[in-house]
Design a protein around this ligand. Structure first.
Ligand code: HEC
Length: 145
């Protein structure tokens, strides 16, 4: 192969790496959020949880704000508002970080919020059932469990 071609290929490969890095949030990602009480953290997603209902809440209708505004339509933490937040919203597609975030942990934080971060409490606007529906959606579509 001639030199110019090798240089050109190297540049293209470099650009591809940069694009991939920008497509998702950081991974692994630092976490500011405290742990849920042990008995809550070990809760499993109830059998009847419905990912399709969760999807609508996540992408559109959750109050005070749809989750995607911060966590991103793809769940990577890069939502419109999320980029400006410190710490950044959780990147649900990051298996490394999500290994420490159980369904019960998610339930507790979605319900009560995470002090000192942009993650607000949704316990007044979402029923427990709807919180589980959202968790089912996030873990099925983004975490790909
Ligand atoms: C205003 C922006 C914002 C909105 C809206 C928002 N979040 Fe968050 N979320 C955050 C931030 C910031 C964090 C904290 C990240 C950290 O711990 O470092 C967070 C953390 C979390 C965590 C904590 C996981 C852990 O590490 O323990 C879960 C789960 C979560 N969000 C789910 C949701 C769901 C589901 C919705 C919609 C119902 C939602 N969030 C709406 C910004 C937001």
């Amino acid at each position: 192969m001639n030199k110019k071609l090798i240089i050109a290929l190297t540049i293209v490969a470099g650009m591809m790496v940069t694009t991939t890095a920008q497509a998702g949030g950081k991974c692994p990602q630092p976490r500011k959020t405290k742990s849920a009480p042990a008995n809550i953290a070990k809760l499993a997603i109830p059998g009847g949880a419905d990912a399709a209902v969760g999807k609508t809440l996540y992408q559109k209708s959750a109050k005070p704000m749809a989750c995607k505004m911060c966590h991103g339509a793809k769940g990577d933490g890069n939502g419109k508002l999320g980029k400006a937040l410190k710490p950044n919203p959780r990147n649900f597609t990051c298996q490394d970080t999500m290994a420490d975030v159980s369904p019960g942990q998610m339930f507790w934080i979605i319900k009560n919020g995470s002090k000192g971060t942009g993650m607000t409490a949704h316990g007044k606007s979402l029923s427990d059932k709807d919180i589980w529906n959202v968790i089912k959606y996030v873990r099925t579509d983004f975490l790909k469990e």
